[in-house]
Design a protein around this ligand. Structure first.
Ligand SMILES: Nc1ncnc2c1ncn2[C@@H]1O[C@H](COP(=O)(O)OP(=O)(O)OP(=O)(O)O)[C@@H](O)[C@H]1O
Ligand SMILES: [Mg+2]
Length: 321
């Protein structure tokens, strides 16, 4: 990242609640402040159900927040009328985890990739659309002769490439990738990750990358935010986070990967104890206190604020105060 990073998207005190069929309130995202800077890849990690997808969808207005605001290129997009938002929407695109589910099985590859081009009338006439689709297929490494094939005629990796072609068709500024390689064979994962890296460079993309595999995240990210129960507990540049994790939860997550500091490894084993609380009954104080071996009375009563500990490293933990 440059010395003077320019914010592309900023979330301020963002909340997203869901109401279940039993009329319970699920606090999926709780008071998140976050900035994605132009040109960077920010990764979001955390265990299943901690709110990563909900946060991502709320950031790009696929979901309306319960509270809080999202700014894109300095403009508050939260309550913006749909008509005004439309040209902004095309600048934020999403790649989904499951390329089976996200591609319409009745549509040919040509029509799948052409859909956004048609919605935004960026081409004149069929021939121009087809030419643009061919160009996009080339960009993502799907042979052009497969133009009229259907999704089921491709491998998982190729289907994800098609999903990526559709997402980049409108030349977006922000690409949100929600576990884009989690459903793929390990051997195919690195090919798709390399493609994302290549496109990022070629197209000057900014991206939010959601993942749970920390080696994948290490490969792709510039900065990493760690989420637990709807909140961000630590954000830092990648190397800083992997080498000097501060939050007990981050240390616990990193303990599972081989290159973690052996000193931290032993200490954090004890962190595994305890169940993750439910986002329906959020614990008081720090949301991690029920699993944290270092929790004090303060942690049980008062939620820690995010604190900048230098060099862009932010932590929300009373232990660092
Ligand atoms: N539409 C919905 N209605 C009710 N609850 C929801 C809805 N969508 C998500 N949730 C709940 O919100 C919480 C966060 O879910 P979310 O899918 O954002 O988590 P995640 O971190 O993306 O998980 P995963 O790693 O499994 O994809 C979970 O408790 C989930 O059950
Ligand atoms: Mg998810």
């Amino acid at each position: 990242m440059s010395d003077n990073p320019v914010p592309l998207l900023t979330a301020k005190d963002l909340y997203k609640d869901f109401l279940t069929s039993k009329k319970q309130v699920v606090h999926a995202v709780s008071g998140i402040d976050l900035t994605i800077y132009e040109g960077e890849t920010l990764a979001l990690v955390g265990e299943s159900g901690c709110g990563k997808s909900t946060l991502a969808r709320t950031l790009i207005r696929m979901l309306a927040p319960t509270r809080g605001h999202v700014f894109f290129e300095g403009e508050d997009i939260t309550g913006m009328p749909e008509k005004e938002f439309k040209p902004i929407r095309r600048k934020m695109q999403m790649v989904f985890q499951d390329p089976y589910a996200s591609l319409d099985p009745r549509m040919t590859v040509r029509d799948i990739i052409a859909e956004p081009l048609k919605t935004y009338h960026v081409c004149r006439g069929k021939a121009e659309v087809t030419a643009k689709v061919r160009e996009l297929m080339g960009k993502v490494g799907v042979p052009e002769e497969f133009l009229y094939r259907y999704p089921h005629q491709f491998s998982g990796g190729q289907r994800q490439r098609i999903g990526i072609a559709r997402a980049i068709a409108l030349d977006p500024k922000l690409l949100v990738c929600d576990e884009p390689v989690s459903a793929l064979d390990v051997s195919v994962q690195s090919q798709v990750l390399n493609l994302l890296k290549k496109l990022k460079k070629e197209m000057n993309l900014t991206s939010l990358f959601i993942g749970h595999d920390l080696s994948v995240v290490h490969f792709i990210a510039d900065r990493v935010s760690v989420m637990f129960l709807g909140r961000i507990c630590e954000t830092a540049p990648k190397e800083e986070l992997y080498q000097h994790p501060v939050h007990p939860y981050t240390r616990f997550l990193l303990d599972a990967i081989p290159q973690a500091d052996p000193h931290l490894r032993d200490e954090s084993r004890s962190l595994i104890s305890g169940e993750t609380p439910s986002p329906v009954n959020m614990p008081s104080g720090c949301c991690f206190h029920t699993r944290c071996p270092f929790a004090s009375d303060l942690c049980r009563t008062k939620a820690p604020q995010m604190k900048d500990i230098g060099d862009g490293h932010m932590v929300a933990c009373h232990l660092t105060m």
